[in-house]
Write a protein that binds this ligand. Structure first.
Ligand code: PEP
Length: 254
């Protein structure tokens, strides 16, 4: 049985003061210990988040990491630097990194490898664009995006299936679209790592997940939680999604 994971990707929202206020409020919410929770604030707010989360079971993630330990890479941050300030997780290959900042399958893999080498847990994002889906290329794209993940340690890897057309658009994948993509990814993980490992590897759904649609997406057989953008910016909606994941894990319909 896979422990559900609910991860909030705050993108470029909330500086240090807002981060502290948000997390202090989140910590007052009652939470089911059967759900892993991770928040990923902007890089500048990570030290503040680490301080507020000290002693809590909420994980702290960064939204990106560079593949080198140090060097002339203006604007980048290394895995060791993240580790030093108490970061445990990192999102890699998010579609915004791919489409806006030119991230490729190769650079995403390099970042993920560097993160794991520094003992960070990796949330590796994949997903097709609307054009790719309309052209019937969804599975070919997913296959290409995960083809080289065999270079990673599956014990410290979480996949996130995020159809690009569903991110920040209010559109979500239908339960059938999500389940078939997740099942396909699990099959690819089985080919890379073996069946037993693939059964224990978590695959998150991401794309306009919010309290109103958790009931149809979180209970799916191969969906093990969510990577959440917009709805993770509000303590109440983020907490409602965490509760829905706990209900699913307990076999109740959210
Ligand atoms: C994301 O950025 O990973 C995401 C899923 O965003 P949203 O929930 O806003 O669609």
């Amino acid at each position: 049985m896979r422990t559900p994971l609910i991860a909030g990707n705050w993108k470029m929202h909330y500086g240090a003061a807002e981060t502290a206020a948000f997390l202090e409020e989140l910590l007052t919410e009652e939470r089911d210990p059967g759900v892993d929770v991770v928040v990923c604030p902007p890089a500048v707010a990570l030290p503040m988040a680490a301080m507020v989360l000290t002693g809590s079971d909420i994980g702290l993630g960064a939204q990106n990491v560079h593949w080198e330990e140090s060097g002339a890479f203006t604007g980048e941050v290394s895995a060791l630097m993240l580790k030093e300030i108490g970061v445990q997780w990192v999102i890699v290959g998010h579609s915004e990194r791919r489409t806006i900042f030119g991230e490729t399958d190769e650079t995403a893999l390099a970042r993920a490898r560097a993160a794991q080498a520094a003992n960070l847990e990796v949330i590796f994002c994949v997903g097709e664009t609307l054009d790719e889906r309309d052209a019937g290329e969804t599975f070919a794209v997913l296959e290409r995006q995960v083809a080289d993940l065999g270079a990673l340690d599956p014990g410290h890897l979480v996949l996130a299936y995020e159809p690009v057309w569903a991110i920040g658009t209010g559109r979500t994948a239908t339960p059938q679209q999500a389940q078939e993509a997740h099942a396909f990814l699990r099959l690819r993980m089985s080919a890379l790592f073996g069946g037993e490992t693939s059964e224990s590897l978590r695959i998150l759904y991401g794309g306009s997940l919010k309290p109103a649609n958790t009931g149809e997406l979180l209970p799916l057989a191969d969906v093990d939680g969510g990577l959440i953008g917009g709805a993770s910016l509000d303590v109440r909606s983020f907490s409602a999604i965490i509760r829905a994941a706990a209900d699913c894990a307990a076999g109740e319909t959210p």
